[in-house]
Design a protein around this ligand. Structure first.
Ligand SMILES: [Zn+2]
Length: 133
């Protein structure tokens, strides 16, 4: 990690664009969801950054809110069950597959910002605090 830390808003925007949280130029994904060990442009380490269930959770939250308005529209226009099911499945799959990498990019950026590697913050806990636990 370098001495100049980007603002949270920059990190979030870079995550939405699936770019390196440090430089904003390099791609963070090697494929659909695999994270590079380091940024291909600035060589910032991304090793050990995982998002676990955070990205799927945010994706489900967004997809649910974006897919739900179809139901009252289908009721109003009396769309038959089979076309409605095909429409809903297609819409939900499209949304989920589109939003998941974007949400993962955001959480990769946040985990990078808080230096959370392998699911744990990479910080020293003062002995006065750790002795109480
Ligand atoms: Zn970079």
């Amino acid at each position: 990690m370098t001495d100049t830390m980007p603002k949270y808003s920059s990190i979030m925007r870079r995550g939405l664009r699936r770019r390196c949280p440090q430089c904003g130029e390099g791609r963070i994904f090697n494929g659909y969801l695999s994270i590079y060990d380091e940024c291909p442009v600035c060589q910032e380490s991304l090793r050990g950054i995982r998002t676990d269930d955070a990205a799927p959770w945010a994706t489900i939250l967004l997809v649910g809110h974006l897919a739900a308005p179809i139901v009252p529209i289908a009721v109003k226009f009396d769309i038959a069950t089979v076309p409605l099911t095909i429409l809903m499945v297609g819409w939900v799959l499209f949304l989920a597959l589109s939003i998941l990498p974007v949400m993962k990019g955001v959480f990769v950026g946040l985990n990078w910002r808080f230096n959370i590697r392998d699911g744990k913050p990479d910080i020293e806990i003062p002995t006065s605090i750790s002795a109480k636990t």
